[in-house]
Design a protein around this ligand. Structure first.
Ligand code: NAD
Length: 292
């Protein structure tokens, strides 16, 4: 059994998936000084990521929030590649942020188990799949865990590090410390549970907000206002669901319900109906609120 590298020896990071999360996780790593590769099967996805990150960096520099040298160094530390084998060959730490499908992730982790250096930790950013679901495919389950960033990953401080039954202490320590070096405030989740901690807390607030709205107690606008003005939330639960995407919320609810079977986890009918109408939140121009 190999052990993961201590944090001091980690210099190259591979992020798999150049979507919403992967591109920002990669930029976070590059800004922290890590040589970072973003791998995606889609050339367009990689081109979109590059354009967005270059635009983001230029915007930060223009606003005086990032100095030009740091921005150039971070952009220079990023490599874009469609080839997983080439990308993983010298990775010290892998963060998988590909499409939320178990078959896709299992295949990626199986390949990583064969091609990534033996010392490499293989982490998944999945919101719903505990890493135990893919760990077995790698042949190094002790070096597999969840490293769950929040959207937008360049901004949000929380990273949930979730261990499964055979994740080693060394893997947990290195992953927690890496998160700190990326400027995050990691929290350790000692065992897998659907939704981990943050989404479970959010789920409880969301369920109550939906109950209050469905019961006609208050409008969604007033419930959101209450969350902001009385509880200090930056955004109310309905506005947040629109931001995350109602399809994503619905998908997470379905996955949680499939796993727990608990009545309180049953997907909300109001959300399901909005999704069926194509109202997915901000990205489609309408959800609980209208954005057109
Ligand atoms: P996304 O749809 O924006 O991006 C997924 C990317 O994965 C796409 O670019 C796609 O081309 C790529 N991909 C698909 N199959 C691949 C493969 N075999 N190899 C390499 N790349 C592949 O998805 P996202 O929202 O960035 O979510 C990615 C992961 O992050 C999911 O596991 C999700 O649960 C998790 N997550 C998402 C959020 C969020 O708010 N969107 C927050 C936290 C965690």
């Amino acid at each position: 059994m190999s052990t993961p590298l201590g944090i001091e020896n980690i210099s190259t990071i591979l992020v798999i998936g150049a979507g919403t999360m992967g591109r920002q996780i990669a930029m976070t790593a590059a800004l922290a000084g890590y040589a970072t590769t973003i791998q995606d099967i889609s050339e367009d996805g990689l081109a979109g990521a590059r354009a967005e990150l270059e635009g983001w960096a230029a915007g930060r520099v223009a606003k005086g929030k990032l100095d030009e040298e740091t921005a150039a160094a971070a952009l220079g530390a990023l490599t874009y590649n469609t080839d997983l084998e080439a990308s993983a060959a010298n990775a010290d730490f892998v963060i998988e942020a590909a499409t939320e499908r178990l078959d896709i992730k299992t295949q990626i982790f199986e390949r990583l188990g064969k091609i990534a250096p033996a010392h490499a930790i293989l982490a998944t950013n999945s919101s719903t799949l505990g890493s135990s679901k893919v760990a077995g495919a790698t042949g190094r389950a002790d070096r597999v865990c969840n490293m769950h960033f929040f959207n937008p990953a360049l901004v949000m401080k929380c990273v949930e590090v979730v261990r499964h039954e055979t994740t080693s202490d060394a893997t947990v320590e290195t992953t927690m410390e890496l998160a700190r070096r990326l400027g995050k405030e990691p929290v350790l989740i000692n065992r897998e549970i659907p939704g981990f901690v943050a989404n479970r807390l959010m789920g409880a607030v969301r369920r109550e907000a939906l109950f209050l709205a469905d019961a006609g107690v208050a409008s969604i606008e007033d419930i959101d206002t209450t969350a902001r003005t009385a509880l200090g939330y930056p955004m109310g639960p309905f506005a947040l669901m629109d931001l995350v995407g109602l399809d994503v919320v619905n998908f997470i609810d379905q996955a949680t319900y499939a796993e727990t079977g608990a009545a309180e986890d049953a997907p909300n009918q109001r959300i399901a109906a909005l999704v069926a109408e194509g109202k997915l939140g901000r990205k489609s121009g309408a959800g609980f609120y209208d954005y057109k």
